[in-house]
Unconditional design. Sequence first.
Length: 166
Amino acid sequence: MDYLNIDDKKVLPIVSELNVLLADYHVYYQKLRNFHWNILGKNFFDLHNKFEEMYNDTKTKIDEVAERIITLKYHPISKLSDYIEVSKIKESSPLLTDKEMVSEIVEDHRIILEQLGKVVDRADNAKDEGTIDLMGAYIRELEKTTWMLNAWSKDTKDQLDSSFIK
C-alpha cells in the first residue's frame, strides 16, 4: 500500500538530508550532555538546567526524525561512527567557559538550521507535507532558543534594532 502519495524517486533526497539531520542531532545531543555535566561558575544553575532542557528536547527530535525516515520507508542510519562521520557538528572539549559553551551551541544551531532548510527544500520538491510540517516546527523552536541564548550572551547595554521605535 502506498500511503505517502510521493514519487519514489523524490523520497531518497529527503531521506538523505534527514539522515544528515539525524547525525547532526546526535552529535549536538551529546555536546549538550557534555556541557550540562561540565558547566562551572556563576551561571551554573541557569545553564545546567537549560542544557538539560535542550538535550531532552533533542532526544525527542532524534526519535521523530528517525521515525519520519521509517515512515518514508527507509532505515535511518544508527551507528555512532556514522553520526560522527556524517554530522557537520563536531564534538567539543568539556573544558570551555560558559560563554564559549553558549557560543558553540549558537554555532551548532546555525548548522542545524541550514540542514533543516535543506530538508525542507527536498521535501517541498516532492510535495512531502508531513516532513515540511515537522521541520517547520523545529525551525521555529530552534530560532527562538537561539535568540534566547544569543540574548544571554549579550551585555545588558546592548540593544536590538530600534529603527521602528519613535
